[in-house]
Design a protein around this ligand. Structure first.
Ligand code: SAJ
Length: 426
């Protein structure tokens, strides 16, 4: 059951390590030499809870090794990036490249699984690419009768920070090009997944993944739109959400400075690109969430402009969500970049999860400061990320500050100094 995992990123490496832990000989293939060398030393190139120990263990046991080259195997799992290209169109070229690299090594009985988040129809395109490269093989969807190989789509749905636990515990939605392909892939996942494995078609499974993240984006957009409406009405949105959620069938999510990360802020565009005319709500939700970040910048700018010129302003948090060191597509970072460009060295940044300012801020006059120093030196705070360490700051240490709390983290902040979804203090 030798398994080749194409791509050793946030999903590929943890998945490869788990497969290897189940005793299956696993080879992780990556185009990046540094990644391959790091993994072969039993180390990891990315931060994820418990991943380092797991990788060290399976590399020492000899069940996982990394390589720049593809080789023969029984199962081929593709976990490469599918970024947004120009005009918010999905770019599946890495998937097709992976297919082209796998094709020469395929043998009858092999299974190919695509795990990358993909626009509907990508698995069929993968089949077409394999069929074209290997006319000697009967490829599902491209042959009469029983196929020689099996091809399926099975999206990852794990939460960064809980990847290993969720890879094992979450249910898997397995979409086969044919029912036989789905059944074969299900047998493979049962080696290391404890959640339920449910089968469907490849196209449905592709849409399921996009729908999950779009559902969350639309729901966050509702909360973000509400926050702007409540703001204009001089009503505390956090109270409104808390009270409305006491209804047994209402569950409003939390407003914030926008939606970050490389999944929820991206995947809805894959649906929009597939059917622009009919994805009105999904597109609008994306636009609402993007506009919320602009709203926060506008409001922060007004707040800082009204302060004395010599007052320093602390921005709390840059990560795209709490308690992680991931700054990709982070609305907090976008807000910080806009404010640093305008207010320069008045801006102090507190980010306990960063050792240095991330790239977009590196050329600005904004500077990274320790939390205690910010509390000593800054008269105003703009809270952008709900890290636990910020939540635990007692009122006594922030009572006299002018605060703009975009996350509703400090409900006890005195109203007159609190800009959060309320009118500016007059
Ligand atoms: N956010 C809010 N308000 C909320 C909840 C979240 O503003 O009430 C913001 C966060 O601050 C963050 C963004 O949304 O900026 C996304 O965070 P998240 O924790 O909702 O999700 P991700 O991006 O870390 O992971 C998501 C997950 N998808 C769903 O929950 C439907 C995960 O299961 C997926 O595997 C992952 O995307 C992925 O890789 O697609």
């Amino acid at each position: 059951q030798k398994t080749i995992v194409m791509g050793l990123g946030y999903i590929g490496l943890p998945t490869a390590a788990l497969i290897a832990r189940s005793g299956i000989e696993t080879i992780g293939v990556d185009v990046n030499e540094h990644v391959v060398e790091t993994v072969n030393k039993g180390q990891v190139h990315l931060e994820e809870v418990d991943l380092d120990g797991l990788v060290r263990g399976v590399v020492e046991r000899g069940t996982l090794r990394a390589s720049l080259e593809v080789e023969r195997g029984d199962n081929f799992l593709i976990a490469v990036p599918t970024p947004l290209g120009a005009d918010n169109d999905p770019d599946i070229s890495y998937v097709l490249d992976a297919a082209a690299r796998i094709a020469p090594f395929l043998e009858p009985g092999n299974l190919i699984i695509l795990e990358s988040t993909s626009p509907v129809g990508t698995t069929e395109q993968l089949c077409a690419a394999i069929a074209e490269a290997r006319s000697d093989l009967k490829v599902p969807g491209h042959c009469d009768g029983a196929a020689d190989i099996f091809i399926a789509y099975c999206p990852e749905r794990v939460l960064p920070g809980r990847i290993l636990a969720e890879l094992v515990a979450n249910d898997r939605c397995i979409g086969g090009i044919t029912p036989r392909c789905a059944r074969r892939a299900m047998t493979f996942y049962r080696n290391f997944v404890r959640g339920e494995c449910v089968t469907t078609t490849a196209r449905a499974a592709e849409l399921v993944k996009l729908v999950e993240n779009s559902f969350r984006d639309v729901n966050i957009a509702f909360a973000n739109e509400l926050s702007i409406i409540a703001d204009g009405m001089d009503i505390d949105v956090w109270d409104v959400v808390r009270l409305a959620n006491r209804h047994p069938r209402v569950n409003i999510l939390q407003p914030g400075p926008g939606v970050g990360g490389h999944c929820i802020a991206v995947d809805p565009w894959f649906i929009v690109a597939g059917d622009p005319a009919n994805s009105r709500l999904i597109r609008t939700a994306r636009e609402v969430n993007l506009a919320k970040t602009d709203h926060v910048v506008t409001r922060a700018r007004a707040m800082i402009s009204a302060l004395p010129d010599d007052m320093k302003v602390a921005l709390f948090g840059l990560a795209f969500k709490p308690n992680i060191d991931d700054f990709r597509e982070s609305p907090a970072l976008d807000v910080a970049v806009a404010l640093a460009a305008e207010f320069g060295d008045r801006i102090a940044i507190v980010e306990p999860f960063a050792e240095a300012l991330p790239k977009p801020l590196a050329g600005t006059k904004a500077h990274l400061v320790a939390l205690d120093d910010a509390l000593d030196q800054c008269g105003a705070i703009i809270l952008l990320v709900d890290h636990d360490v910020f939540k635990s700051i007692p009122l006594g240490e922030r009572r006299d500050k002018i605060v703009y709390d975009t996350r509703g983290l400090w409900p006890d902040q005195p109203v007159r100094s609190n800009w959060t979804e309320r009118r500016a203090p007059s």
